[in-house]
Design a protein around this ligand. Structure first.
Ligand code: SAM
Length: 328
C-alpha cells in the first residue's frame, strides 16, 4: 500500500490518498477463469478506467437512465429525514464512490467527521477526492484506490468511530444474489453493531423501461460496454478488438436482472496471458448483471448481515429505494 500526494504540490491538508497494489498476474488469471464460464463472463469492475468512469457519468445524465434521477429525488425530498436517521459525527465510507457527487448532500447535511471514498479507478478517485477535500475542509478524507470485492486489507486505514457505509446507485445489483448477501455481511462487519448501511437499490419494474435504461438511443451504454475490453487489454496485456464486438442488453424477467453482453461481430482469436482464446461470430461475453430488487429482497439482505431495515425512502414513482440497514 502506498500513500500518494501529488496534485501539482497542492494536496489539500485534509486528504490522504492510499493506493493498494494491483496484482497483474491475478487479474490475468481472474479474466481467464471468468471467460471459461458458460456463458463467458467478465467482471463489471473492468468497466472502470478514467474513460469508463467518464462514460458512466454521461450515462447517469441520459433521458433513459432514470436510476440516478430517482435516487437524487429521494435525497431532495427526504434529506432532513435521512440525515436525522443517520445521526451526526459519523464516518461515511463509500465503496465505488465514482465522482463523489452522490455523497455531497450527506456531507453537507449529516456533517460527518470523516469520509472514505473507495474506488478501483484510482486516477478518477484521486481527482474526485481532492475536489471534495477542497470543498469540505472540515472533513478528513481518506481516499482508497482498491478493489472492494477483494479482502479489505485496507480496513485499518478507515478511521475509528461510528461508521456508515453509503452504497448507492444499485451497484449491489451487479453482484449475483449469493455474493450480494456476502457483501452485505462484509459491510456489516466493517460498520460493527453501532453503525449502519445506507443502501440505494433499483426496484423491479416493467421490462421495457429497464431495457431502455441499459440500451440508450445515443449509444453511450454501448460505448461504455465496449470500453471494458480496452480496460481488460490494459490490465492483462490481452488484445481484444473492442470495435469487433456489439453491445446487447436484455431484461431476464425470471431472474429479475438486466443481462448486458458483448456479441462477437466476426470470428476472433484473443491472446490473454499464455493462452489464445477463440470466439466465433455471434458468441457472447456477459459483462454485467444488474439485479432489480423488491422491498422483501432488501429485508432479506439486511438479515444476511444480522441487520434490519430501520428506514426506507422511495421516489414519487416508486422506481428506486434508499434503505437504512442497522443492527437490530
Ligand atoms: C456504477 S458506478 C457508481 C458510482 C456512484 N457510486 C454512483 O452511484 O453514481 C460504480 C463505481 O464503482 C467503482 N467500482 C466498480 N467495481 C469496483 C470494485 N470491484 N472495487 C472498487 N470500485 C469499483 C467504479 O469505478 C465506479 O466508480
Amino acid at each position: 500500500m502506498t500513500l500518494k500526494f501529488n496534485l501539482a504540490g497542492n494536496s489539500p491538508t485534509n486528504l490522504r490518498f492510499i493506493e493498494t497494489e494491483r496484482p497483474v498476474i491475478d487479474e490475468t488469471r481472474e479474466v481467464l477463469a471468468s471467460l471459461a464460464q458458460n456463458p463467458p463472463r467478465l467482471s463489471p469492475k473492468y468497466f472502470y478506467d478514467s474513460r469508463g468512469s467518464e462514460l458512466f457519468e454521461h450515462i447517469t445524465e441520459l433521458p433513459e437512465y432514470y436510476l440516478t434521477r430517482s435516487e437524487a429525488e429521494i435525497f431532495d425530498v427526504y434529506l432532513d429525514e435521512i440525515a436525522e436517521a443517520l445521526g451526526s459525527g459519523d464516518i461515511i465510507i463509500e465503496p465505488g464512490s465514482g465522482n463523489c457527487s452522490k455523497v455531497q448532500p450527506l456531507l453537507e447535511r449529516a456533517t460527518p467527521s470523516a469520509f472514505v471514498p473507495i474506488d478501483i479507478a484510482g486516477d478518477f478517485l484521486w481527482e474526485a477526492a481532492a475536489t471534495t477535500a477542497l470543498t469540505h475542509p472540515n472533513i478528513a478524507i481518506t481516499a482508497i484506490a482498491a478493489d472492494f470485492t477483494q479482502e479489505w486489507t485496507f480496513a485499518d486505514e478507515i478511521p475509528q468511530g461510528r461508521r456508515i457505509v453509503f452504497y448507492p446507485g444499485s451497484t449491489l445489483g451487479n453482484f449475483d444474489p449469493g455474493a450480494q448477501r456476502g457483501f452485505i455481511k462484509q459491510l456489516a462487519k466493517v460498520v460493527g453493531i453501532e453503525g449502519g448501511i445506507l443502501l440505494g437499490v433499483d426496484l423491479h419494474k416493467e421490462s421495457t423501461v429497464l431495457q431502455r435504461a441499459y440500451d440508450d438511443a445515443a449509444g453511450v451504454t454501448a460505448e461504455f460496454n465496449r470500453n471494458m475490453l480496452s480496460v481488460v487489454n490494459a490490465r492483462t496485456g490481452s488484445n481484444f478488438e473492442p470495435n469487433s464486438w456489439q453491445h446487447q442488453a436484455r431484461y431476464n424477467d425470471k431472474m429479475r436482472r438486466i443481462e448486458m453482453e458483448l456479441v462477437a461481430q466476426s470470428d476472433q482469436l484473443v491472446n490473454i496471458g499464455n493462452q489464445t482464446l477463440s470466439f466465433a461470430q455471434g458468441e457472447v461475453i456477459r459483462t454485467e448483471h444488474s439485479h432489480k430488487f423488491t422491498l422483501e429482497n432488501i429485508s432479506d439482505l439486511a438479515s444476511a448481515g444480522g441487520m434490519t431495515v430501520t428506514h426506507h425512502w422511495l421516489d414519487r414513482q416508486s422506481q428506486f429505494c434508499l434503505a437504512l440497514l442497522q443492527t437490530a
